[in-house]
Write a protein that binds this ligand. Sequence first.
Ligand SMILES: Nc1ncnc2c1ncn2[C@@H]1O[C@H](COP(=O)(O)OP(=O)(O)OP(=O)(O)O)[C@@H](O)[C@H]1O
Length: 192
Amino acid sequence: MIEVKEVEKYFGDRFLFRCKNLKFDNKGLYIIKGSNGCGKTTFLRMLFGKDKDFKGMIKNTFNKKVMLPQQPYFFKGSAAYNLSLSLKEQPLKEAIKVLKAFSIDPNLNIHSLSLGQKQLVAFLRTFYAKSDVLFLDEPDSYLSNVVKDFIFEKIEKDAQNRCIIMVTHDSQEIKNAKIIYFEDNQIIEKGG
Ligand SMILES: Nc1ncnc2c1ncn2[C@@H]1O[C@H](COP(=O)(O)OP(=O)(O)OP(=O)(O)O)[C@@H](O)[C@H]1O
């Protein structure tokens, strides 16, 4: 569970946003929306615990947390090698199966893949890693509609068993999610 209370974020003198009260349960999908530059990535990093420079309280009781950043990092080597650094046997097999289903050769050098293909590899290595909470920063970047629909379906289903917090600009297809949005520098839960 993550609890946010009376949080204010500044960069130097610049006020970015405020969040009075918000709770993320152990299971469920939370989608964070808002215009470019409003602070979505910053808020996600604060929830994860990477950014601790804020006023107020964020209490995170999750044990194992994993994050897909906006600009994923890759190691020299094949797509399969990059997956194998994060995934054990069975999840690795699953991830490779997905790559093959989208006609991506897992033995190709990661840097020879397109942006969308690399994004899918980055998503898979985070998604299939074991965690209690999964943070996804625009996992649909560069993806074609067919791949985006595939990963959104997986995310929606998986959120029945763990907490997933996702930043995205496009979530029309997703039905079962709580929406958190930035409005006038305030973070608000829809209907909350
Ligand atoms: N380390 C930093 N120091 C100063 N300003 C920063 C820092 N990191 C982010 N910012 C600023 O904070 C604002 C919010 O950035 P953030 O990346 O959180 O926005 P975002 O909502 O995720 O944007 P986008 O939708 O374009 O990805 C931006 O104006 C950015 O320039």
